[in-house]
Design a protein around this ligand. Structure first.
Ligand code: C5P
Length: 233
C-alpha cells in the first residue's frame, strides 16, 4: 500500500518535533527538506528518528560523484530511508550515490532522482540548453536514464506518475508531492491530484505538507488521507 509522507516544512527543530508529536501514531514517515535541514542540520533528523519515525531527506544532491557518494554515506549513518539526487548529475554520480547507499545493507537508504523541477517550463529548459524536448519528454528521458543507472525511484508530479509507472520497471518507487484531498486549499501547487488518483496512477509514496501541517486538527487530516489511500487497494 502507498505510504503517506508528511512534509515537515517548518523552520525549527522545536516546531518539527511538536508537529510530529501532534500528528501522532498514524503517520510514520516525514520529509525534511532544505529549509529545515539548513537551519537545524542532522540534529533534526535525529530528533525525528528518535520519535520512531522514518525520514525522507530531500536535499537534492547535485555535485561531483565523490562528494555525492560521501553525502549519501552521511545520510545513511543518520538512518534516513529516502534521499534525493538530481538526475542531471550524470551516470557516475547516480551510480556513486547508489553504491554508498548499498553499504548500509538492509538499512540502505533508497535513492530517488529528480527529473525536471516542476517549476521549470519549456523556456526555462531552453535557457539552460535543453532544447528539442518538451518538459514531459525530458521528464521521461531522465526517468529512464536515472533508473537505468541505479536510482530506486523518482520524485514526480501526480500528473506524470501514470505514464512513468507504465514505462519503468516494476518495483520503481514513485514519490508524488502536489497531492490535495478533494476540496482542500491548493496553495501554490498547480498540477495537483487527489490522494486516490495519485495511488491509482502508481504513486508509492504521497508527500503532503500544508493540508496536514496547516490543518486545525493535523492528526485528523492525516487520518482522512490515510483512509483515502486505504480505500484504493
Ligand atoms: O504543502 P505541500 O503539500 O504543497 O508540500 C509539498 C512538499 O513537496 C513541499 O515540501 C515541496 O517543497 C515538495 N515538492 C513539491 N513539488 C515538487 C517537489 C517537491 O511540492 N515538484
Amino acid at each position: 500500500m502507498a505510504e503517506l509522507i508528511v512534509a515537515l516544512d517548518v523552520q525549527t527543530r522545536e516546531e518539527a518535533v511538536a508537529a510530529v508529536k501532534r500528528i501522532g501514531d498514524s503517520v510514520g514517515f516525514y520529509k525534511i527538506g532544505l529549509e529545515l535541514y539548513t537551519a537545524e542540520g542532522p540534529d533534526v533528523v535525529k530528533a525525528v528518528r528518535d520519535l520512531g519515525k522514518k525520514v525522507f531527506l530531500d536535499l537534492k544532491f547535485h555535485d561531483i560523484p565523490r562528494t555525492v557518494e560521501r553525502a549519501v554515506r552521511s545520510g545513511g549513518k543518520l538512518g534516513v530511508d529516502l534521499m534525493t539526487i538530481h538526475s542531471v548529475g550524470g551516470k557516475a554520480m547516480i551510480a556513486a550515490a547508489k553504491a554508498a547507499a548499498l553499504e548500509f545493507g538492509e538499512a540502505a537508504p533508497k535513492i530517488l532522482a529528480v527529473t525536471v523541477l516542476t517549476s521549470l517550463d519549456q523556456t526555462d529548459l531552453e535557457d539552460v540548453g535543453i532544447t528539442g524536448r518538451t518538459p514531459a519528454g525530458q521528464v521521461e528521458a531522465m526517468a529512464r536514464f536515472a533508473t537505468a543507472n541505479g536510482a530506486d525511484g523518482l520524485v514526480c508530479s501526480p500528473r506524470e506518475v501514470g505514464n512513468l509507472s507504465a514505462i519503468l520497471p516494476k518495483g520503481t518507487l514513485f514519490i508524488t508531492p502536489g497531492v490535495r484531498p478533494a476540496g482542500a486549499d491548493v496553495g501554490d501547487q498547480k498540477r495537483i491530484a487527489t490522494p486516490a488518483d495519485a495511488v491509482r496512477d502508481g504513486s508509492t509514496h504521497l508527500v503532503v505538507g500544508r493540508p496536514i501541517m496547516a490543518a486545525a486538527d493535523p492528526a485528523a487530516a492525516a487520518r482522512a488521507i490515510l483512509a483515502e489511500i486505504a480505500g484504493c487497494r
